[in-house]
Design a protein around this ligand. Structure first.
Ligand code: NAD
Ligand code: GLY
Length: 365
């Protein structure tokens, strides 16, 4: 399989996403790495034993010194305290302004490394080396970096673009099945918001994706990155259009925070959240029942949840609404949902609380 590249077009901050096999073995074979005095690999205790040796070997000839910091694994560690460990490693190793950070892992590592790169000495270069499907199709691309707050997901962060993204499809071989499915959740969203042809392709190729067929995975990563590149190229800082990438996320983030970070995977929250957002779209007369059923079916086939959990025993809908009001898209406490205005087209709208309550009641266990 040959290397495929997708460009994120952002003028002087443009960069490539390279997608292929065996890329970790020879990271600079295809493209020059950012120049720098030293490299810091940021990874976690699960990914390190699998891949850090390869990355260290690949970087040794490129930088005077290569250091590694290994963080605890899990969404519950996407915090200030863990971020501090990256700064500790940088300072303890005497990293200067020409240090280059490498994020080796899933979205949690990518988001935290990006935030550290944005703020260390007011900004140093970084490279994303995503090793989950979710990170390859979404989180490593586009420059959103963040940590969580107990009251809200990804509430503290920065827009800060990497200089390169390297998606080595070989790394997906070791991904647990539940994580693979979570990644498929983020892939599915690109259909309803923008590309129903891709959605039909997903319907036809779901089994191949679940069996980790290389050609199917390569196509899904490439098409997802192309769509994301198109969106980010027009609206890097989410002044409008980029919000469509958050289809399902308003409900999904409430699930993640409401259940306690790590209990539901991000992609699982997004999956159930997409069904809820589609149901809300239907009740607002924007799509029909057949569309909601089609979306629910493909999500179910991926092995993902199609119903939300109860996050409060007494007032479940009230708790969802409370958490969703903290969403970054909210304005003056008014929740703005990404809704589907006909298959393939997303819009952002508020909705009456009473209707949202009905949807939550209908779509939660
Ligand atoms: P994750 O980073 O927690 O990774 C999932 C699990 O897989 C972890 O246990 C990890 O250690 C393990 N893992 C990673 N690579 C592996 C491999 N190759 N083999 C075996 N195990 C491996 O979760 P994720 O789903 O990658 O990312 C979710 C995070 O991404 C959330 O915090 C979410 O908010 C964020 N996100 C950010 C953006 C963005 O635009 N910045 C977009 C979507 C999601
Ligand atoms: N994952 C949503 C975004 O990048 O905007």
């Amino acid at each position: 399989m040959s290397l495929v590249s997708v460009e994120i077009p952002l003028d002087e901050r443009s960069y490539f996403i390279d997608i292929g096999e065996g890329l970790l073995n020879d990271l600079n074979a295809n493209r020059a790495l950012p120049k720098g005095t030293s490299a810091l690999i940021v990874t976690n205790e699960t990914v390190a034993p699998l891949y850090v040796g390869k990355l260290q070997d690949a970087l040794k000839g490129q930088y005077r010194a290569v250091h590694t910091v290994i963080l605890p694994d899990g969404e519950e560690y996407k915090t200030w305290q863990t971020l501090q460990k990256i700064f500790d490693a940088l300072l303890e190793n005497g990293a200067d302004r020409k240090a280059v950070l490498f994020a080796l892992g899933g979205g949690v590592i990518g988001d935290m490394t990006g935030f550290a790169a944005a703020s260390y000495m007011r900004g140093v270069p970084f490279v994303q080396v995503p090793t989950t499907l979710l990170a390859q199709v979404d989180s490593s691309v586009g420059g959103k970096t963040a940590i969580n707050h107990p009251l809200g997901k990804n509430m503290i962060g920065a827009f800060y673009q990497p200089q390169l993204v390297v998606c080595d499809l070989d790394t997906l071989d070791t991904l647990p099945g539940r994580e693979l499915a979570a990644g498929i959740g983020e892939i599915i969203k690109y259909g309803p918001i923008y590309d129903m042809e891709f959605f039909s392709w997903l319907e036809a190729n779901m089994d191949a994706l679940l069996q980790r067929d290389r050609a199917a995975l390569a196509h899904a990563v490439k098409r997802s990155c192309e769509i994301k590149a198109w969106v980010v190229g027009q609206d890097e800082r989410e002044s409008g259009l980029r919000a469509i990438l958050n289809f399902g996320h308003t409900f999904g983030h409430a699930i993640e925070a409401g259940m306690g970070y790590g209990a539901w995977l991000h992609g699982e929250g997004v999956a159930a959240g997409m069904v809820m957002a589609a149901e809300l779209s239907k009740r607002l007369g924007m799509v029909d029942e057949a569309f909601v059923l089609r979306l629910r079916t493909v999500i179910e086939r991926a092995g993902l949840p199609v119903r939300g959990p109860r996050i409060d025993a007494d007032d479940n809908a009230g708790r969802y609404l409370q958490l969703m009001r903290i969403d970054k898209k909210s304005e003056a406490g008014e929740i703005r949902f990404v809704l589907i205005d006909g298959p393939g087209k997303a819009v952002m709208r508020p909705a009456p609380d009473a209707l949202v309550r009905d949807v939550i009641d209908a779509c939660c266990d």
